[in-house]
Design a protein around this ligand. Structure first.
Ligand code: MAN
Ligand code: CA
Length: 199
């Protein structure tokens, strides 16, 4: 998680205020040259200050938003509402429904069903499974025509954690559940399982 110190925000705000003050001075404002921005001679008859101010203002707004978001993430993580791994956020609504309904609620919320692509993600999903002490469906299905398990976006699996002797459904168990030990089992899609989404 990234933290933006209030010092950085204050420093940027101070710079912005200084620039505003400079703009009010009589005569053409003189600013040190900024790498990547056109020099004074590059813009005939107009100051590049307004553009610079706009860009600083946008950066300050962005920095503020990031700072606010990271604080919100901190609160949600502290309360055990979300698990963050890399760019992914995992969360559950605590509901046990069949595969199609679980996928639907995840998509309605702007995410999709959680599908671990490595051990770290599997552990994060497992921590939610343990929190509720309920098996959960993963965002993995057996292909319609192929007999291979794949992510629900159709991409091939790059990580698996099958339980011993699984998958054993031979085409009759097209969904995948994760047990409370983190191992996977191919399973019929009409069972009631914990909904865990990724965002
Ligand atoms: C049940 C089902 C199967 C699973 C076996 C394991 O029959 O959950 O999907 O493979 O148990 O013993
Ligand atoms: Ca099975």
């Amino acid at each position: 998680m990234l933290f933006y110190s209030s010092y950085m925000l204050t420093a940027l705000a101070a710079l912005l205020v200084t620039c505003h003050a400079l703009q009010k001075l009589p005569g053409t404002p003189r600013l040190p040259s900024v790498p990547g921005l056109p020099g004074r001679d590059g813009l005939k008859g107009q100051s590049r200050l307004p553009g610079l101010l706009e860009s600083l203002d946008a950066q300050l707004v962005l920095l503020n938003l990031k700072h606010r978001l990271s604080r919100l993430e901190g609160v949600l993580a502290l309360n055990g509402k979300i698990k963050e791994v890399g760019e992914k956020i995992f969360a559950s609504n605590g509901k046990e429904v069949d595969f199609a309904s679980a996928l639907e609620s995840c998509e309605e919320a702007g995410g999709t069903l959680a599908a671990p692509t490595n051990e770290e993600e599997n552990k994060a999903i497992l921590s939610i499974v343990k929190q509720y002490n309920r098996y959960a469906y993963l965002g993995i299905k057996e292909g319609e025509t192929s007999d291979r398990f794949e992510y629900i976006n159709g991409k091939p699996l790059n990580y698996t954690n099958w339980h011993q002797y699984e998958p054993n459904g031979k085409g009759t168990e097209k969904c995948v559940e994760i047990y409370t030990d983190g191992r996977w089992n191919d399973k019929k899609c009409n069972q009631y399982r914990l909904t865990i989404c990724e965002f």
